[in-house]
Design a protein around this ligand. Structure first.
Ligand code: SF4
Ligand code: SF4
Ligand code: SF4
Length: 264
């Protein structure tokens, strides 16, 4: 994170008394999760203050996003009417290889230098509701649990959405193929102990550097790791909404204190 971004984030979070909570508790719990007030911005977004000035609300980024991950803030939004953002509980970013959203941005609100995964940092994932994690109780994923992802996948036909049967056709546009492939991968989790968040993390080259499953209380739970870029894919795909993203945050901002506690 650029130093200015980090300062902005720290100012807001200190203002909300969040560091005290994180430091005392180590791991974030649902009741402790306090929004920084910032929206999650698309990959490559410059620091929030500049982003609000530079995003001209043209919608170019959302037009090229093959996952329909980007939205424009509506009139009731507090973070700059018309500016581009991602709502990870509805649809995360899947870290497309060439970052077409970044390339499409005409103003540099999405920094054109941010064209590889190493240069992307959107925020960091946090476990906000660990007790809801079905893997903690060794529960298996059911078809009903992943039904909401079918419901909000806009490229499907009504029939595909209803039956949860997607077939990838040769003449499907690339965007449709990508979204159907995502659903097919998700389907493979049905009947298994849930590890969706860790298995579907799009961080390349190695998702295990961003998230992994660790043993806890007779089950397993997700552990967020240093390489997490805050794309929000895990947030969207988790069947019980265990995770969320703190926009602009760095791993060290959120997890340093808990590590200090562990060592102390
Ligand atoms: S990287 Fe891809 S999925 Fe993510 S916001 Fe950009 S275009 Fe959309
Ligand atoms: S753990 Fe992976 S999927 Fe979740 S926000 Fe981080 S990089 Fe994205
Ligand atoms: S996706 Fe991850 S956090 Fe959500 S229930 Fe499954 S294992 Fe738990």
């Amino acid at each position: 994170m650029k130093e200015t971004k980090r300062r902005d984030f720290m100012k807001q979070i200190v203002g909300l008394g969040v560091l005290g909570i994180a430091g005392a508790g180590g791991i974030w719990a649902a009741k402790d999760f306090v929004s920084t007030g910032n929206k999650l911005r698309p990959p490559g977004a410059v620091e929030e203050k500049n982003f609000l000035a530079m995003c001209i609300k043209c919608g170019q980024c959302l037009q090229v996003c093959p996952y329909d991950a980007i939205k424009l803030e509506d009139v009731d939004g507090k973070a700059g009417v018309g500016t581009a953002y991602i709502a990870p509980l509805e649809r995360g970013c899947y870290l497309c290889e060439a970052f077409p959203c970044v390339l499409a941005c005409p103003t540099g609100a999405l920094d054109h230098e941010a064209n590889t995964i190493e240069k992307i940092h959107m925020g960091v994932a946090v476990v906000v509701n660990e007790s809801a994690c079905i893997a903690l109780r060794n529960e298996k994923v059911t078809e009903e649990m992943i039904a909401p992802i079918y419901e909000h996948t806009a490229v499907l036909t009504e029939e595909e959405r209803k039956t949860h049967k997607v077939v990838i056709r040769d003449d499907d546009p690339e965007k449709v193929k990508l979204q159907k492939t995502l659903l097919q991968r998700l389907d493979k989790n049905i009947g298994k102990i849930c590890t969706i968040c860790a298995d579907m993390c799009p961080y390349e080259p190695d998702p295990k550097q961003a998230i992994g499953m660790v043993a806890k209380g007779g089950g397993i739970v997700p552990e967020i790791r240093e390489a997490c870029v805050g794309c929000g894919a895990c947030v969207e795909l988790c069947p019980t909404k265990v995770l969320n993203i703190i926009p602009y945050a760095q791993y060290s901002d959120v997890y340093k204190r808990s590590k200090e506690n562990d060592n102390g």
